[in-house]
Design a protein around this ligand. Structure first.
Ligand code: UDX
Length: 428
């Protein structure tokens, strides 16, 4: 099949590469010439394990082409996916301006063949119908198209596996022809097919992300109780997670969820529900607990550190990505700078992005040990694998005071004590 993606962020680029790899002809439309040039030369612009290799392979096979032209791509496409950003506005609502202007461009360029226009971007319920109206307002008379909602569930850091091996493919459409086209496109992929209305598909994406965020906030809430009552949150999560109805996954407490999806999508669902007159206090509590998780580690540092020199390990909002959007690290570093701490940070991938925010206000190092040199405390904010079996004796030697605040529970508290560290983790 021939497919066009508008947008080459995490969702657009990863999904485009996967469909190209499955043998489709894929066009990717962007508007920044510099970025299109880099993408065409095999640079994915983002760090995602395996993506550069997959991109290069499919560029070499001439199955993926980057362009700024709607007129050369949309008319020959069986499916056009919209995969542009929907950043949160001040009031939490999703900003749909790019999605809707892209819809107009697609509408102007639809050709003679039947096309399915499908939104991969996370958009509030009702948006796909708005997209259809935008297209209808500008398309040539007699153009045959249908809209469908086909949300994406990939996670950063494991985006390729998630896309090649989805748990489910959700298709929201009213037109059998559109459903059949998307079923054909997804045929090589495993996972259940969930065929639903457009509105259900739109809500599924927000409801999925919001329940995952709720699980994390629930784990954080229980960790607050454990800290005060002397319980161990790892044991508690093991104890409840073994109940098949609950499941152990996404119950790891820490310094709060971040990233480009959970914070934005929880906010957008609160905004949608509130506009419809639904009491959204469950999700406002989820946000409040998430803020508290970030605040707690700052309080622990202030209360228990005597000097002002702090090493930080981990800036990305999670491991295996260079993404720092809504990363807890940014919030926590800002707070620590306000308290006049001197910060030296290490992250294997995300330093460049963090430098754009903090510039010379903090020091960035190329190796983890350098960040601990003469430090009064070490703070761990992302659970990169390389920290898990690091030489802790060397870390201790390098620090001025052997004090660790582990926001991701990567070490065993008893072992840390035996090694001579004062060790603070979450809910243990
Ligand atoms: C998420 C969804 O998982 C994915 O399905 C959707 O398509 C996009 O949003 P992503 O943001 O890439 O994916 O990362 P995810 O692995 O879900 O983690 C999000 C945040 O939650 C991270 O900050 C992570 O550290 C945090 N988290 C996750 C926890 O604090 N505890 C957990 O148990 C799990």
């Amino acid at each position: 099949m021939t497919i066009t993606f508008v947008g080459h962020g995490y969702v657009g680029l990863v999904t485009a590469c996967v469909f190209a790899d499955l043998g489709n002809m894929v066009y990717v439309v962007g508007h920044t010439p510099e970025k299109l040039k880099r993408l065409s030369s095999g640079d994915p612009l983002i760090f995602e394990p395996g993506l550069a290799e997959l991109l290069k392979k499919n560029l070499a096979a001439k199955r993926i082409v980057f362009t700024n032209s709607y007129s050369e791509t949309v008319p020959k496409s069986d499916v056009v996916f919209i995969a542009v950003g929907t950043p949160p506005k001040e009031n939490g609502e999703a900003d749909l301006s790019t999605v809707l202007s892209v819809a107009t461009e697609i509408g102007k360029n639809l050709g003679d063949r039947y096309t399915v226009v499908s939104c991969k971007s996370t958009v509030p319920v009702g948006t796909n119908r708005m997209i259809a109206h935008k297209i209808e307002a500008v398309m040539k008379k007699g153009t045959e198209f249908d809209i469908a909602s086909c949300p994406e569930f990939l996670r950063e850091g494991s985006a390729l596996t998630d896309t090649f091996e989805p748990d489910r493919v959700v298709i929201g459409s009213e037109a059998q022809k559109a459903t059949d086209t998307l079923l054909r496109l997804h045929k090589p992929l495993p996972g259940a097919r969930v065929l639903v209305s457009i509105e259900s598909a739109e809500i599924i994406k927000y409801a999925a992300n919001s329940i995952l965020a709720t699980k994390i906030s629930y784990a954080n809430l229980i960790s607050f109780i454990c800290e005060k009552a002397g319980g161990n949150v790892d044991e508690v999560m093991e104890g409840i997670g073994l109940d098949k109805r609950i499941g152990r996954i996404f119950l790891d407490p820490g310094v709060g969820y971040g990233g480009s999806c959970f914070p934005k999508d929880v906010k957008a669902l609160i905004s949608t529900g509130s506009a419809l007159g639904v009491d959204m206090s469950l999700l406002t509590a989820v946000e409040k607990i998430n803020d508290q998780a970030k605040e707690n580690i700052v309080e622990k540092i202030i209360m228990n550190t005597s000097g002002k020199k702090i090493g930080i390990w981990g800036l990305a909002f999670k491991p295996n990505t260079d993404d720092i959007r809504f990363a807890p690290s940014t919030y926590i570093i800002k707070k620590l700078l306000k308290e006049a701490y001197e910060i030296c940070a290490y992250d294997p991938e995300a330093s460049i992005n963090s430098k754009k925010i903090f510039g010379a206000k903090i020091t960035f190092t190329e190796d983890p040990y350098a960040a601990t040199k003469d430090a009064d405390a070490l703070v761990i904010l992302t659970e990169w694998n390389e920290f898990k079996q690091i030489n802790l004796a060397r870390v201790k030697k390098s620090m001025k005071t052997p004090l660790i605040f582990d926001g991701r529970n990567i070490y065993n508290p008893q072992e840390m004590e035996l090694l001579g560290f004062s060790y603070f983790s979450v809910g243990r």
